[in-house]
Design a protein around this ligand. Structure first.
Ligand code: GDP
Ligand code: MG
Length: 448
């Protein structure tokens, strides 16, 4: 079945962890007391949460960036930094999320479905955490870990919440243009010349609705007598009506096409019922248009719920409010179309890997490796011992050897650079090693 597909990009950045503090107790008569630097707080996570209050991805079109807050830094007296707050990004129910390579990483078919997009960085430990019998006065702490950061593609098959049904020239397109804030980008629709117009109506919180609510209105063209038999394009468009939650039947009160309002209504209901009988049970609103053109308000006996004019604006605000109520009500009752049942939650890989940047120059990448070297002062011998032990445990030697690194090659991990030596079968790293000047150097933090 043909469908409208809405697409947008999301850039999610979780909060960075706060740095651990390096601090020593101040005591009377003691030059330097024990270490008392507290740990940094962890950064906030970014989640996506499916909600029925949104019906399109329009909010991401111009503002793709979503960021959770960073953790606070640790402080003296073992004070832990503040934890960054998580960020929940609301997306419409039915949103499918793809990674950069186009693979589906998650889909959110139900109201309330949540997925962790980007994990906040852990806070670094303060120097108080590095106190041991061998290390009486550790003068280094851990840096905060960076929060994860991803570009993702959001994709949504749009379901028209409201389908506007009416004879040609009754004012469907005009009405959509006057009530909708923006038009979603539409792809994959075969009839580019005659595509139904979609509009997104956004109602801010405060208009009697708890939070911002939006709904999609579709202008279904070409519905004329005989559409139910598949004449012209009518049939294609009827398929969109099938999934709409609310039907707006628009009648031209001025009968500019020569058909009286009551007759328009009778023909439309007949078409809908012949196409699919239960469409007649769908919540519907019968609205008379072009009220500015008529003097008498008798409407030829047609049972009209509301009268509007796109020219004077009469009744339009009331109409939008009524539609929003009906949509919210209909969403809480049932979902008209079957939704995919699978939810794929694929974690992003955490492994470490080595890659050759240039002859004799290698880079080790991966969160675990970056975490291992994230100490505040890598010129401190004790700090370096800690780093080396961590790297060894991670198997960095093996990864480098497999990537073709040889003794004396330069290795970069995050902002640490060192000369690599592998000693014997029981491998170990020698960052300083001869020659002495090849010891660890800090590189400016790369921005990724
Ligand atoms: P559609 O075929 O149902 O999409 O109808 P359109 O929105 O294209 O409108 C057909 C014509 O009716 C246009 O010339 C509009 O300017 C006019 N029209 C639409 N709404 C009103 C209205 O409320 N009052 C008046 N006077 N003209 C209207
Ligand atoms: Mg039109």
């Amino acid at each position: 079945m043909s469908s409208f597909v809405d697409r947008a990009q999301l850039h999610a950045k979780a909060g960075d962890g706060g740095a651990g503090a390096v601090s020593f107790r101040r005591e009377a008569h003691v030059d330097r007391g024990g270490p008392d630097g507290g740990s940094g707080g962890s950064g906030g996570d970014v989640w996506v949460v499916a909600t029925t209050n949104q019906a399109s991805l329009i909010g991401f079109r111009d503002h793709p960036h979503r960021r959770a807050t960073d953790g606070g830094h640790g402080a003296s007296k073992r004070k832990t930094g503040l934890t960054g707050s998580d960020l929940e990004v609301p997306v419409p129910v039915g949103t499918v999320i793809r990674d950069r390579s186009g693979d589906v990483v998650c889909d959110l078919p139900e109201d309330g479905d949540r997925w962790l997009v980007a994990k906040g960085g852990r806070g670094g430990r303060g120097n108080a955490s590095f106190l041991s019998n061998r290390r009486r006065a550790p003068a280094f702490g851990e840096q905060g870990e960076r929060g994860e950061e991803f570009w993702l593609t959001l994709e949504l098959k749009l379901v028209a919440d409201v389908a506007i049904v009416g004879f040609p020239n009754v004012g469907k397109s005009t009405l959509i243009a006057s009530v909708s804030a923006a038009k979603p980008k539409i792809a994959d629709y075969p009839f580019t010349t005659l595509e139904p117009h979609l509009g997104v109506v956004t109602i801010g919180g405060g208009a009697g609705f708890e939070s911002t609510t939006d709904f999609v209105v579709a202008d279904i063209p070409g519905l004329v007598e005989g559409a139910a038999e598949g004449k012209g394009l009518g049939h294609e468009f009827l398929r969109h009506i099938e999934r709409a939650r609310v039907l707006l039947i628009l009648l031209d009160l001025a009968a500019t096409g020569g058909v009286a309002p009551a007759t328009q209504l009778a023909v439309l209901l007949d078409e809908l019922g012949r196409y699919q009988p239960d469409l007649l049970d769908r919540p519907r609103l019968v609205v008379g248009s072009k009220s500015d053109l008529i003097a008498d308000r008798d409407h030829d006996g047609a049972p009209i719920d509301l009268v509007i004019s796109a020219v004077t604006g009469e009744g339009v605000r009331v109409l939008v409010g009524r539609l929003a109520e009906m949509v919210v009500q209909a969403r809480s009752v049932a979902v008209p179309a079957a939704r995919p049942a699978i939810v794929i939650h694929r974690p992003f890989p955490e492994q470490i890997a080595a890659q050759r940047l240039a002859p004799g120059v290698f880079e080790v990448i991966g969160r675990a490796a970056e975490r291992a070297v994230g100490l505040s002062d890598l010129t401190d011998d004790q700090a370096l011992d800690v780093v080396l032990a961590r790297l060894r445990r991670l198997g960095v030697d093996r990864v480098l050897a497999r990537a073709g690194a040889r003794d004396g090659d330069e290795v970069r991990i995050a902002d640490l650079e060192f000369t690599w030596y592998r000693y014997g079968p029981d491998s170990s790293l020698s960052p300083g090693g001869p020659p002495v000047e090849a010891g660890p150097r800090r590189r400016p933090r790369s921005t990724r």
